[in-house]
Design a protein around this ligand. Sequence first.
Ligand code: GDP
Ligand code: ZN
Length: 450
Amino acid sequence: MNLAYTPSTICAVATAPGRGGVGVVRISGRALLPLAQALSGGKTPKPRYATYTDFVAADGTPIDNGLLLYFPGPNSFTGEDVIELQGHGGPVVLKMLLSRCVELGARLAEPGEFTKRAFLNDKLDLAQAESVADLIDAASESAARSALKSLKGAFSGEIHTLVDELITLRMLVEATLDFPEEDIDFLEKADAVGKLRRLRGQLGKVQATARQGALLREGMHVVLVGQPNVGKSSLMNALAGDDIAIVTDIAGTTRDTVREEIVIDGVPVHIIDTAGLRDTDDVVEKIGIERTWQAVERADVALVLVDSRDGIVPEVEAILAKLPPRLPRVHVFNKVDLSGDQVGRSEEDGHPVVRLSARTHAGVDDLRALLLEMIGYQGDSEGVFLARERHLDAIARAAGHLDLAAQDWQQVEIFAEELRMAQNALSEITGKFTPDDLLGVIFSRFCIGK
Ligand code: GDP
Ligand code: ZN
């Protein structure tokens, strides 16, 4: 067991806030059997069985009744003793259960603390721990399926394979360091460069898959520019198609509804409506608008939606002038069923153009394909594991070191050093080589009770 943290007993409500049929309190720590007995009024729960019991207060009166599960370590989520209380899902009852746990010596868990303990006790590696949060936060079914793949170790497995092969190659290269006269010869005979090239090829494949996985996680950020009534809501619904769409009306009448979420072919699409970006003297509104502009800075594409009977009107030009010049634009001419324009994709003034009807859905597929193309999504989430920017960054650094190694392989010390650095970069992904402050950041973004 890892002693890198204070092994105090922690507790939290693991179910979402609010009312529900069942509410779960989760407890983790060392030697929790006495705590289980105290909570259940003296019963000794059988490990890994559900025990139906009252949960009792210090004076023996029941607080709630339900199921108590007792998982002695190390066969538990955190690797420590874990107790789960499944009580009634009311906020007051759960708060009382939590208070009782605190009375019995537990403290309230920090966000992600259960998963952090699982990581520190080697129950999960870091990429798997991150995928726990990604599964909970998944914005589409494809993202959820991919997160589960990562959680079950698909991504970590790829990284382990690469690291193992890197280690084998490093041993070969480092062995020659002791015989400087014959090193080049030796490395040629052992096909060190061929092995390096194959390794680089495998890394490239993992990189491509991880990029797709990161797209599924991060999704695409779209800035929507369009006058009232040009068909923004209709287009969002049409784009989302069969995917679960969470589209609310975005006429710009309320200041809160400037952001939308839809899903296109499994890719979450975050939409910022510039209708919310108007000049204002209201302080609160100003803050919101400032934040929205920051999001605009990070966007992938601007979707400029106009009525094909009107074209781009001066009000739209004015907004376009305020957008970052680097932001790629797609001009969408809607309501072709009324204008009689020909449906489909083209290019005008250096911008991709799509003519479509949000009402009849003609041409909507063209826009969908164009958007996915623009972010490099290949449209097949099968076999894709979820990945984060942090992972892409580590893979890119590893690739850079392998490229330098290939370039300078005849300087064997450099060759060896670049391989070592490539290995370290990859090991950051699974957490074998991750600074503590980064761990803090990663786990602090979890929800409480996970
Ligand atoms: P928004 O204000 O930009 O969100 O526009 P809406 O999506 O609410 O649409 C405004 C009106 O235009 C509604 O009556 C829609 O039914 C209609 N509309 C939207 N797209 C089309 C289209 O492609 N063809 C036709 N004929 N009407 C459309
Ligand atoms: Zn609307």
